[in-house]
Design a protein around this ligand. Structure first.
Ligand SMILES: [Zn+2]
Length: 479
């Protein structure tokens, strides 16, 4: 009951931006490039002439602030709902649901395609399809979590499932996950289409352009590019491979998309917004916190590890574990929170999927149970997931199209603010959300005011940025 009250209070604090639907609904194409770093592009490390092309023709921000945790699934769900993870319920890439008594695992797992894990929020593509006032078609070329809804987008690429997930008893999933493979990932239930390596970036763009050219085109499209994340994990944040991958995505996804939009005369009809979900930070086998050195491994379950730790103590063990982790031998480089003490500015504490104990390692450090739980052979050199305000792990923002100013640099805002703006462009009444139009509306051509209003009700004060300029060597590949 207490949790229900907390959620109700949290809900009251959400903003309900009023949309003035005074203009014709427009078309929005949202492109996310996984792991595209805001601070290593435009010649600072990698050359990205095509993103720079968008900056000249439209709007750019130095960066935009992302949500806690700096992981792929929660961040992408926030982009499409305008909600903090504590409100949309996808609180990490992996989490335990204490009511379902099941672990959600991103990507390859049947739980990723199970609607009950996604029922706390509705993505914008689904709202568009269900709208009575401004109903429209939508297209999704793989987007983290899009397969978790019973209704599908009007246009989409279907995940390839090797199991009939709906026929699998959830109790069998832990056993199925133990089936090992020689390569990453260690098990396979379903593969989103991007694992079909024949689907090169230009091919993905061609599909989206095909949707936009069809007789009854989508008005909202979400296109996900699963790079340069992979190379950042495997080779590190300042590696040649990561640089090459950034430049390849800029050329074959961004550049090719811009060329095709121009060729098909769609560039003055489609508002294109380029974003990403996080940076990459180097880690090292020298910077691992082993919980076994402090507490009995049989007294808890660790459902998420690495840059964040989700700890579920056995019944009656919470206080003892907390005590042993905080006094007298507190592990260095680790902050330990009881659920109720998690900082408010994380917006990551009011959901039944938030663990009773949250482990928050210093940036560049990772936490796990013991050496035995490290997966030999799967060490990588870069990772992400620490609170973005600590790791300076933010999103890029480049946008162009009929709604946007030309050659305009906007101050940093929060990635959840894109949601009310996209609803506004689509002529949709936004669902309750945590976003604000106060800053993003400055991107609009018709907004000439030098200072738009203040953010309403919920601000995105993500805390002071810690000065962190050091990149460290890594660990555990996950988006
Ligand atoms: Zn990611």
């Amino acid at each position: 009951m207490f949790r229900v009250l907390l959620l109700a209070v949290a809900y009251l604090f959400m903003t309900f931006p009023a949309v003035i639907q005074s203009k014709e609904p427009q078309t929005v194409l949202l492109v996310s490039m996984d792991g595209m770093p805001w601070n290593l592009i435009s010649g600072k490390f990698a050359d990205t002439p095509n993103l720079d092309r968008v900056a000249k023709k439209g709007v750019k921000a130095k960066y935009i602030k992302t949500v806690v945790p700096g992981k792929t699934w929660p961040t992408h769900q926030s982009m499409l709902t305008g909600l903090y993870p504590e409100n949309h319920g996808i609180v990490s890439n992996k989490f335990w649901d204490s009511v379902y008594k099941e672990t959600f695992i991103l990507e390859y797992d049947c739980t990723n395609f199970d609607p009950k894990f996604y029922n706390e929020s509705e993505p914008i593509w689904l709202t568009l399809q269900r709208s009575t006032a401004n109903k429209g078609r939508s297209g999704v070329y793989f987007w983290p979590g899009f397969g978790g809804y019973k209704e599908m987008p009007s246009f989409y690429r279907k995940p390839i499932c090797k199991l009939n997930c709906s026929a699998v008893d959830p109790k069998e999933l832990p056993n199925l996950r133990k089936k090992t493979r020689k390569t990453w990932p260690p098990y396979e239930h379903c593969y989103p289409d991007f694992f079909n390596e024949t689907e090169a970036y230009p091919k993905r763009v061609d599909r989206v352009i095909g949707w936009l050219k069809s007789d009854d085109p989508p008005r909202f499209v979400a296109l996900y590019i699963d790079a340069p994340d992979w190379k950042g994990h495997s080779d590190g944040a300042l590696s040649q491979a990561y640089k090459d991958s950034i430049e390849e995505v800029d050329r074959d996804a961004v550049g090719y998309l811009l060329d095709q939009l121009e060729k098909e005369s769609l560039d003055d009809k489609v508002n294109v917004i380029f974003v990403s979900d996080h940076n990459m930070v180097n880690t090292s086998s020298e910077r691992v916190i082993l919980l076994d050195e402090y507490i009995d491994p049989s007294t808890y379950t660790l459902t998420e590890s690495g840059p964040v730790g989700h700890m579920w103590p056995n019944e009656g063990m919470l206080d003892e574990i907390y005590k042993n982790l905080t006094q007298p031998n507190t592990p260095e480089h680790l902050t330990v929170y009881k659920e109720q003490d998690i900082p408010e500015e994380y917006h990551w504490k009011r959901n039944r999927r938030i663990p009773p104990i949250y482990l928050d390692p210093d940036v560049g450090w990772v936490v796990t149970k013991s050496n035995a739980t490290l997966r030999p052979g799967h060490w990588v050199k870069g990772n992400h997931g620490w609170p973005p305000q600590k790791a300076k792990s933010y999103s890029i923002l480049f946008a162009q199209g009929p709604a946007f100013k030309v050659g305009y640099e906007i101050e940093p805002f929060s990635i959840i603010d894109l949601y009310p703006m996209m609803c506004d462009l689509l002529g949709l009444e936004p669902r309750p959300n945590n976003g604000s139009m106060a800053i993003v509306k400055k991107m609009y051509k018709e907004d000439e005011s030098p200072t738009a209003g203040q953010r309403s009700v919920v601000t995105c004060s993500l805390g002071a940025l810690l000065p962190l300029a050091v990149f460290f060597p890594v660990f555990l590949g996950s988006f």
